[in-house]
Design a protein around this ligand. Structure first.
Ligand code: UD1
Length: 421
C-alpha cells in the first residue's frame, strides 16, 4: 500500500517530459516473442505493468533486461508455453500474450484473466479472432488452452473495435499462412506502434489507424529497435492536474494529434491550450466552465482512460458537466471518493453529472483503480488543505514518477511506501 500525501492550493508552473506509453509498450513486449533474436525498446516507462510483462517473458525463457529507459529482449529460444495464474493476474492486459504464444509455439496455456476493477473484462473477441485463424481453444475451469498446428489467414470481423483483440489478431496473423483481414479494428495510436514493430520484425502488415488491417506473411529479421511513443493518457493527466490546480505548464514530448478530443474539451472549459508536434502548453486562470457532454468512445473519440481525470478537472466549474461512459461499466468508482472532497456528483448507470462547487477541501481517499487513483491525486491538487490517497499499487501501474513530475511543477506531493520500478 502506498499513501500519497497531497496538499492542494499551489498553482502548477514549469515543464515536464511525458513518459513513454504504457499501452503501446505492453503489446510490443508481448509481440517480441515473435522475434527470432533481439528487440531493443527505448523510452520505456518504469511501471509495474511493464515489469510484469518482462517477468512473463523471463518465465517463458526469454532474456529481458532494463537499463534506464531501454529494454533489451532476447527471444531466440523460449522454453515454455504456459503462464501461471499469479503472473497472469499481475498485469490486467496479460491476455495480450495469447496471440504471440500461439504464433511462436502453436500452443498457449494461460489462466483466465480475472474480472477487473473497471467491471467484467470479457475476452470473447480475442478468442473468436484466434479461432478464426485456426486455433482450437478449450476453456477449462480457471484456464484456457489454445492450440494450432498451423494458423491460416482469415477474415476477422470484430463486433467491437477492441484494442486488445485487434492486437492479438494482428500478432497471431503474422504466423498464419495467407492473408488475414481484420474488420472494425481498433484505431488507437498504440495499434500503429504495434504495426510499426511487427513490420520491423518482418511482417507485411498495413492499415493500422484505419478500421481495416491486412496481414500478409512474415519474413523474420534479426534485430528490431523501436522508440516507444509518448503516453497520451499521462499527458492528459498532467493537463487535467493543471486544470484542477491552475497554472501554466508545458508538456514536452507530447503528441497533440493523439489527444485532440481532450485538448478540445479543455479549451471549451476555458483553458488556454496551444499545441504543436512534440509540445503542448496549457494555461489556466480563474474558474473554468463546464464543457459540452463528455462522451467516451473508441479512438478517435474521447478516451475512457482520460474521463476520470477530466471529471476531476470539472469539480469546480460553473454549470453542470455531463459524462457518458460507453466503454467500461465500472468506470465511476472514483466518484464516491471525489465526493469526500466536497464534490457534487450524481451517477445514473453510464451517466455522471457533476455540479461545480466553489471550493473543495482535503480528505482521506482510497484509489479504486489506475485512472481513478490519478483523478483523486489531480482533484486533491485543487482542494484546500491536505489529502491522503491510499493506493494499493494502482497508480504505479501506469505512471512513471508522477510525484516527482508534479513536484517539479511546484505541487506539494509525496508518496510513502509502495514498490518503485
Ligand atoms: C485497452 C487499454 C485500456 C483502455 C481500453 C479502451 C491497453 C493495455 N489497455 O484495454 O487502457 O481503457 O483499451 O480504450 O491497451 N470487450 C469485449 N470482449 C472482448 C474484449 C473487449 O466485450 O473480448 C469489450 C470490453 O469489455 C470493453 C470494450 O470491448 O467494453 C473495449 O475494450 P478493449 O478495447 O478490448 O480494451 P482493452 O484492450 O482491454
Amino acid at each position: 500500500m502506498s499513501i500519497w500525501h497531497v496538499t492542494g492550493g499551489e498553482r502548477l508552473r514549469g515543464s515536464l517530459r511525458i513518459q513513454g506509453s504504457k499501452n503501446a509498450v505492453l503489446p510490443v513486449i508481448a509481440a517480441s516473442l515473435l522475434c527470432s533474436s533481439e528487440t531493443e525498446l527505448t523510452n520505456c516507462p518504469r511501471l509495474s505493468d511493464v515489469e510484469a510483462a518482462m517477468d512473463i517473458l523471463r518465465y517463458l525463457g526469454c532474456q529481458a533486461e532494463r537499463d534506464g529507459d531501454v529494454l533489451t529482449i532476447g527471444s531466440a529460444s523460449p522454453s515454455r508455453c504456459d503462464i501461471p495464474r499469479d503472473l497472469m493476474h499481475r498485469m490486467r492486459s496479460s491476455v495480450i500474450f495469447l496471440g504471440p504464444m500461439l504464433a511462436r509455439f502453436g500452443e498457449a496455456h494461460v489462466s483466465v484473466p480475472g474480472g477487473c476493477e473497471l467491471g467484467p473484462r470479457p475476452i470473447d473477441l480475442h478468442l473468436q479472432a484466434l479461432r478464426l485463424l485456426g486455433a482450437e481453444i478449450r476453456e477449462e475451469p480457471g484456464g484456457i488452452v489454445c492450440q494450432a498446428a498451423r494458423l491460416r489467414g482469415a477474415e476477422i470481423p470484430l463486433t467491437l473495435p477492441s484494442v486488445g483483440a485487434t492486437e492479438n489478431a494482428m500478432i497471431a496473423a503474422c504466423a498464419a499462412e495467407g492473408e488475414t483481414v481484420i474488420y472494425n479494428a481498433a484505431r488507437e495510436p498504440e495499434i500503429e506502434t504495434l504495426q510499426e514493430y511487427l513490420r520491423l520484425l518482418g511482417a507485411q502488415i498495413s492499415g493500422a489507424g484505419s478500421p481495416v488491417i491486412r496481414v500478409n506473411g512474415f519474413t523474420p529479421r534479426e534485430h528490431a529497435g523501436l522508440r516507444i511513443p509518448p503516453d497520451r493518457i499521462a499527458a492528459a493527466t498532467y493537463l487535467c492536474c493543471t486544470a484542477c490546480a491552475g497554472g501554466d505548464v508545458d508538456l514536452l514530448d507530447a503528441e497533440p494529434d493523439h489527444m485532440a478530443p481532450v485538448l478540445e474539451t479543455l479549451e471549451a472549459m476555458g483553458c488556454a491550450v496551444t499545441a504543436r508536434p512534440g509540445h503542448v502548453h496549457i494555461g489556466v486562470s480563474g474558474r473554468l466552465r463546464a464543457p459540452g457532454a463528455v462522451v467516451t468512445r473508441p479512438y478517435p473519440g474521447f478516451p475512457t482512460d482520460a474521463a476520470p481525470l477530466l471529471m476531476a478537472a470539472c469539480l469546480k466549474v460553473t454549470g453542470p458537466a455531463v459524462f457518458i461512459e460507453n466503454i467500461f461499466s465500472g468506470r465511476y468508482r472514483h466518484a464516491e471518493e471525489l465526493r469526500r472532497l466536497g464534490a457534487d456528483i450524481t451517477i445514473r448507470g453510464p451517466l455522471a453529472m457533476v455540479t461545480g462547487v466553489e471550493s473543495l477541501h482535503g480528505a482521506n481517499l482510497t484509489s479504486p483503480d489506475l485512472r481513478g487513483g490519478a483523478a483523486l491525486v489531480a482533484a486533491a491538487l485543487g482542494a484546500e488543505g491536505p489529502s491522503l490517497v491510499y493506493d494499493d499499487g494502482h497508480i504505479r501501474r501506469g505512471y512513471d514518477g508522477l510525484e516527482e513530475s508534479l513536484r517539479g511543477l511546484g505541487a506539494q506531493i509525496w508518496c510513502e511506501g509502495g514498490e518503485r520500478y
